[in-house]
Design a protein around this ligand. Structure first.
Ligand code: AGP
Length: 607
């Protein structure tokens, strides 16, 4: 959740560091800080608040030193105070540490260090790392860091500098991401490529238990046994412009508007002229996929709702039975593994702790693992046996939008890929793929009508509760619509299968409890009309998502939002867009920042 940056080089460090930090701010933002090694020793500035506050403070300084550390924090241990802001230091002020993750055994370590005479100044778990390095330092900073992290339990992505060896940064990784780059500007360490991509698109992603020693003109990476590793550089497939707002008020609006492009990019080069699917990231496991007899999809949040749509897609197009589960719950299950079972992990960030934990559980059972991940080089992408990158570009807004429609597009490709390995005929495959390729322009037409959705939001902005309901493929869409609204506008919203209304939720309905219903012309249209009438009979305000040209629906609803017709199984890609826009406008109307919703962070790297 936090953003970490280390820099060693001759550039103007504070401005370079602040610019980089601004690009990580979405990861966590309740306090920020920096440390720098000057001639006078280790200097630092920390603030409780956002990165701009740190930038203002730094204008009062004249730092010229190197190396530097920068950090933007999303609190896990200790409130968002200046003292708890990173970097954290040792007793003598010679070691500085920035950290992303959670040290689960820090209390025990802290007690022992206090007994040994160490003085602490914060409530954070991170501070114990600085004191451990101080304790173990005996002329070799790398060795002291290694001894310190060997005592840690939990997750860390960290960067360390010391006045004792001011020419280097030591970085270490366990469960939280760390990326390294040495380029013309100097040596960089970060938790996110976005902080470095301005200087270079080529980076190295550390694996768990690896340590990097980074200087201005080079780096070495070692494993836990101190073997020097030859690591392959990864080329980031997006540029900085894409990671910035490009004139929109919020990243979320930019990313919603990018969906025609991101869906195109997700399928680009993956559909062959003769109606087949090519997924290079699955080539090495295509043989195992041919004999797959069950697929279990594990994810969290929006990615879980995409997985629920994926279940329908893969079962109906490939014939493989699919189980979908919350990654966070899966780890507690004691369930038999089918021999021919594969596990698919869906994650925009590729760093979600719950999903990573589930992946580790599955890997212990040596089952086949694959991923659908957006962030290149992320942990889930590297730990699975094969996978498909979204190529949706960086998603900065905390509320996931383009990643969701990209995930659905790739799940469709995967369903066809698996289907073509089985009984799916070329004509059937071509029909699905041809319609999939039409979706970007259909999404575009919905986005062009966004003013209509803004008007709906204005009309409904004072309601305090919302129900979202849909059936079959759009039951997950209703769940996603409710999540979007609640997470950025803080309005209570429930997502439900419309079929479930009579089993309880309809008791909620009255004139103060509006419903958003997905009522497209489809196999469940008649049943949905009945649901709509049941709600109207109880005076529930009703907004209906309908298929363009459906005249009859106007007899059933006060408010109708029309979307283009498409294949029913692909309709969630279109149906979700009005829900995304509705949530966005509601949040903005209520004066909230949809990019930085309270209590949330873009990447949930804690369990
Ligand atoms: C969705 O809008 C939220 N930001 C959240 O539910 C998110 O989808 C979830 O944390 C999973 O993240 P991931 O896709 O990066 O694993």
């Amino acid at each position: 959740m936090c953003g970490i940056i280390g820099y060693v080089g001759s550039k103007n460090n504070t401005e370079l560091g602040i610019r980089a930090l601004k690009r990580l701010e979405y990861r966590g933002y309740d306090s920020a800080g920096m440390a720098i090694i000057e001639e006078s020793g280790l200097e630092s500035v920390k603030v409780s608040g956002k990165v701009d506050k740190l930038r203002d403070k730094l204008k009062e300084t004249d730092f010229k030193g190197t190396p530097t550390l920068f950090h933007s924090r999303w609190s896990t241990h200790g409130g968002p105070t200046r003292e708890n802001a990173h970097p954290q230091f040792d007793c003598k002020g010679e070691v500085a540490v920035v950290h992303n993750g959670i040290i689960e055994n820090f209390t025990k370590i802290k007690e022992r260090l206090i007994e040994e005479g160490h003085k602490f100044s914060s409530e954070t778990d991170t501070e114990v790392i600085a004191h451990l390095i101080e304790k173990f330092y005996d002329g070799d900073l790398e060795e002291a860091v290694r001894k310190a992290i060997n005592l840690l339990e939990g997750a860390y992505g960290l960067a360390v500098i010391s006045t004792k060896e001011p020419d280097k940064i030591i970085a270490a990784k366990m469960s939280s991401p760390v990326v390294v780059s040495v380029n013309e500007a100097g040596g960089f360490v970060s938790s996110d490529p976005a902080a470095i991509v301005e200087h270079s698109k080529n980076m190295i992603f550390l694996e768990d238990e690896e340590i990097a020693i980074v200087t201005e003109d080079g780096f070495r990476i070692k494993d836990r046994d101190q073997n020097v590793l030859e690591k392959e550089e990864v080329e980031i497939d997006w540029d900085l412009k894409e990671a910035q707002k490009s004139g929109y008020d919020h990243f979320m609006m930019k990313e919603m508007m990018e969906q025609p492009k991101s869906i195109k990019d997700s399928i680009r080069g993956r559909i062959t002229d003769d109606g087949d699917v090519k997924l290079g990231g699955l080539d090495e496991i295509s043989h195992e996929l041919e004999s797959l007899e069950k697929l279990t999809i594990l994810a969290c949040g929006t990615s879980h709702f995409a997985s629920m749509v994926g279940k329908y897609l893969i079962e109906e197009i490939s014939g493989i039975p699919v189980e979908v589960g919350l990654a966070s719950e899966f780890r507690y299950r004691k369930r038999p593994y089918d021999k021919k079972e594969g596990f698919l992990f869906v994650s925009q960030s590729g760093e979600t702790a719950d999903t990573l934990k589930a992946l580790e559980e599955v890997k212990k059972r040596h089952a086949l693992t694959l991923g659908i991940v957006n962030v290149v080089g992320s942990s889930i992408a590297r730990k699975t046996d094969g996978g498909v990158y979204n190529h949706a570009g960086p998603e900065i807004g905390v509320a996931s939008t383009k990643a969701f429609t990209s995930q659905l597009s790739i799940l469709t490709l995967l369903a066809v890929y698996l289907g073509r390995q089985r009984d799916l005929s070329k004509p059937e495959s071509a029909k699905i793929l041809t319609e999939l390729e039409q979706l970007p322009k259909k999404v575009e037409s919905i986005l062009e009508n966004r003013e209509e959705i803004k008007e709906k939001a204005e009309r409904y902005k004072d309601y305090e509760h919302f129900l979202f309901m849909g059936r079959r493929y759009n039951y997950p869409t209703a769940m996603e619509g409710a999540l979007k609204l609640k997470e950025i506008s803080y309005i209570h919203a429930e997502g439900y299968s419309a079929a479930e209304m009579k089993h309880g939720p309809i008791a909620l309905i009255d004139e103060d409890f509006p419903t958003f219903a997905v009522c497209l012309q489809s196999s469940v249209y008649g049943k949905m009309i009945s649901n709509v009438e049941e709600i109207r009979a109880r005076k529930g305000p009703m907004i209906v998502l309908a298929t363009e040209g459906d005249e009859d629906i106007k007899n059933h609803s006060d408010d109708v939002i029309e979307i283009p017709q498409t294949m029913e199984v692909l309709s969630p890609v279109l149906a979700v867009v009005p829900f995304q826009l509705f949530a966005y406008y509601m949040a903005v109307l209520k004066g909230f920042d949809p990019d930085k919703p309270r209590n949330l962070s873009k990447v949930v790297t804690v369990e």
